[in-house]
Design a protein around this ligand. Structure first.
Ligand code: KIV
Ligand code: NA
Length: 254
């Protein structure tokens, strides 16, 4: 698709019902993101989610998908600093859960894990720029790699990931000019979230796209629906109908 100049569409999914809609609607790839920690489980960061949680979410998504590529995040603490653990975690997600590929956050510092997974036949996607599993190292969710030296490091890490055999890289919250540079320099597809229009594809968290999340409006986020209001209104209407005995009607009973 990159070679053909066709942009790649990707969304997160965590459950069967939503994954089925996205798949049937034509999404190219679904990411079972560790953002499940935030949007599904209500944690402040992505750090607490476990491998077992990610397996559960991936199983649910994989059961729904007939055509899209299913990529799952290796969660925090299952691959950093230990390539053997990375491999055993990765094998569980591929074998028990039905992922088609895995995503890992980081560059050079995790290259041993990346290489070991790829050697085992597991396709690996990189993730650079804002990497939420390292939030306590950075201290904020602000735009990354604005400085020339950080931009250079990011480009080098992208190159290292490509050389190791990664099939794609996600770039999160970096200047559009840097996104362009990486997409032009590398031959593998670069998927952006807040990485500008020149990368090879876009990814969004489904709750953000559908307007289910609240109090989160980074510049890159385009909401296609306001489901928060719609679901809230539907709930109000239902509560009101129950209280006023409007449901069930005569026709809605046995
Ligand atoms: O977990 C996630 O949702 C992600 C995307 C934002 C790329 O990693
Ligand atoms: Na993630």
């Amino acid at each position: 698709m990159k070679n053909a100049g066709e942009k790649i569409s990707m969304l997160t999914a965590y459950d069967f019902s939503m994954a089925r809609i996205f798949d049937e609607a034509g999404i190219d790839a679904l990411l079972v993101g560790d953002s499940a920690a935030n949007v599904m489980a209500g944690y402040d960061t992505t750090l607490p989610i476990t491998l077992d949680h990610m397996i559960y979410h991936t199983q649910s998504v994989a059961r729904a998908v007939k055509r899209a590529m299913v990529i799952t995040d290796l969660p925090f603490g299952t691959y950093q600093g230990d390539s053997k653990q990375a491999l055993s975690s990765g094998i569980r997600l591929m074998k028990e859960a039905g992922a088609h590929a895995l995503k890992l956050e980081g560059g050079e510092e995790i290259i041993e894990s990346v290489t070991r997974l790829i050697q085992a036949g597991i396709p690996v996607m990189g993730h650079l720029g804002l990497t939420p599993q390292s939030i306590y190292k950075f201290g904020s969710y602000t735009v990354r790699a604005k400085e020339e030296s950080e931009a250079k490091t990011l480009l080098r890490n992208a190159q290292v990931l490509q050389d190791a055999g990664c099939f794609s890289i996600v770039l999160e919250k970096i200047p559009a000019t840097l996104g362009k540079k990486v997409a032009e320099t590398l031959s593998i597809p670069i998927i952006g979230i807040g990485a500008g229009k020149h990368v090879d594809g876009q990814v969004l968290v489904m709750h953000d796209l559908l307007g289910i999340s609240k109090d989160f409006s980074p510049r890159f986020l385009r909401r296609y629906l306001d489901l928060y209001s719609q679901i809230s209104n539907a709930t109000n209407a239902y509560v009101s109908d129950v209280k006023s005995r409007k449901i069930p009607s005569d026709k809605e009973q046995y």
